[in-house]
Design a protein around this ligand. Structure first.
Ligand SMILES: Nc1nc2c(c(=O)[nH]1)N[C@H]1C(S)=C(S)[C@@H](COP(=O)(O)OP(=O)(O)OC[C@H]3O[C@@H](n4cnc5c(N)ncnc54)[C@H](O)[C@@H]3O)O[C@H]1N2
Ligand code: MOO
Length: 410
């Protein structure tokens, strides 16, 4: 069998999208702590001000700032202590000119006051007067009502992946639950007669299943729920049975191995046998990972990753991750942190082909360098030893030592 004309990754994803009518982000409400790393399904506006009142950021005395102007150690301002403000309570009095009130960090400023003097710069006298030895400006040592978040503000946008600080702001606004995208179920199938799971003794010629773990790990990392099928033998009927079962229980099916053109590479034949449109791309203009298969079966996406462990991971990031993002309503280019670094050696590439180079980042004389970790795409250790992938765009014939490259970190 011949590989199809190799499409660029973005072209292949476009064709895939055109063939999928069912990818729609569904949503559900979950408790805040279950929302970590989930994707917001709607914009969140604040129903209230945070904080809901003017509060002190220090222990000291609430004052009217203008009463302290010009105060110094040798010529302190003399104020009258009007009372003490209890934590968690609204002050029962308001402050008049020439008055101060004892306040703790987080306490509510009484009406009339607009600043807080730190305890260290005051001297309370026994007769109820207070010496203030430093001036404060209006607003000093105060967080104003709504300064953190204003009622009605758009605080978090639909499609945003929730981080711990996002859970905190949601809690701060009074939310106990939040509406997030339903995580897509992703079936993970490894194929190959020579592949055995860890824990099983292997004979000569056999190797252990690594792809099930990298692929399922990436599914989890990017917000999907993996359904791990384990290893299926290179047998048309067995692969067909596994794929059919996977299509029943998941939104997306990822198969590794058997994507190339060898006689035992059955994945394409199986996918073609399961109905239209079947395989829509076989072969991508990318290195590593050329023999990738992209198919649509029963209105669901199926991706055949090349068997080599590095290629499987690279293609997951470039092809499967964006599909997961479609299901989550997240920006398609959502991924690892991208940094610019200077490539540490010349790397050549073919015109029209997108290359991904495993690199280690090293800081040398104040510059960030991307040092290629060379090695065949069958060597998982090159992924373990590297920090990210440097991309060489399809229109480039390579990069020269010292040239800046974009590196996406794992
Ligand atoms: N004549 C050609 N041969 C190959 C070509 C080609 O264009 N012409 N392409 C090569 C490239 S590039 C890749 S990538 C591989 C892709 O092969 P398949 O997707 O068909 O995968 P397999 O042959 O099943 O496996 C390749 C390699 O990876 C190992 N493997 C597979 N699954 C796992 C797993 N779950 N865990 C660990 N290792 C796995 C497998 O044992 C093979 O060594 O084809 C090249 N050949
Ligand atoms: O495409 Mo293969 O994935 O280069 O090793």
């Amino acid at each position: 069998m011949q590989l199809f004309e190799a499409l660029k990754i973005d072209e292949a994803l476009k064709v895939l999208k055109e063939n999928l009518i069912n990818v729609r982000a569904r949503s559900e409400e979950v408790e805040l702590l279950d929302a970590l790393n989930r994707v917001l399904a709607e914009d969140v506006y604040s129903p209230e001000d945070i904080p809901p009142f003017n509060r002190s950021t220090v222990d000291g005395y609430a004052v009217i700032a203008s009463d302290t102007f010009g105060a110094s150690e040798s010529l302190p301002a003399i104020l009258k202590v009007a009372g003490e403000i209890k934590m968690g309570e609204k002050p029962a009095f308001s402050l008049k000119a020439g008055e101060a009130a004892r306040i703790s960090t987080g306490g509510m400023l009484p009406e009339g006051s607009d600043a807080v003097v730190m305890l260290e710069y005051t001297q309370p006298l026994e007769d109820g007067t207070l010496l203030v030895e430093r001036p404060v400006a209006p607003g000093e040592n105060v967080i104003l009502k709504g300064e953190d978040v204003k009622k009605g503000d758009l605080v978090l946008k639909k499609g945003h992946t929730l981080r711990p600080q996002d859970l905190a702001v949601l809690a701060g606004m009074g939310f106990q639950k939040v509406r997030v995208a339903v995580s897509p179920k992703v079936s993970v199938i490894s194929t190959g007669d020579e592949i055995k799971p860890p824990g099983v003794e292997i004979r000569e010629g056999e190797i252990r299943d690594m792809n099930s773990f990298s692929v399922a790990g990436l599914v989890l990392k990017w917000g999907g729920i993996p359904e791990v099928f384990g290893v299926v033998r290179d047998d048309f009927d067995e692969i067909k049975k596994a794929v059919s079962e996977a299509l029943k229980i998941s939104d997306l099916v990822v198969i590794s191995g058997g994507s190339s053109v060898g006689t035992r590479d059955l994945t394409v034949k199986v996918l073609e046998s399961l109905g239209k449109p079947g395989v829509i791309a076989h072969g991508l203009a990318v290195k590593p990972g050329k023999p990738t298969i992209i198919a649509v079966v029963e209105e669901k996406p199926v991706v055949g990753l090349p068997g080599h462990p590095v290629s499987a991971m690279v293609i997951f990031e470039q092809v499967v991750r964006p599909i997961i993002s479609w299901f989550l309503g997240r920006p398609e280019d959502y991924g690892g942190l991208k940094v610019k670094a200077k490539i540490a050696r010349n790397i050549s590439s073919a015109a029209g082909r997108e290359d991904f180079i495993r690199v280690r980042l090293e800081q040398k004389e104040g510059e960030l360098w991307a040092v290629p970790v060379l090695g065949k795409s069958g060597l998982i250790s090159t992924m373990v030893e590297s920090h990210g992938l440097a991309r060489i765009a399809p229109e480039k014939l390579g990069v020269k030592e010292g040239e800046y490259v974009d590196v996406e970190l794992y």
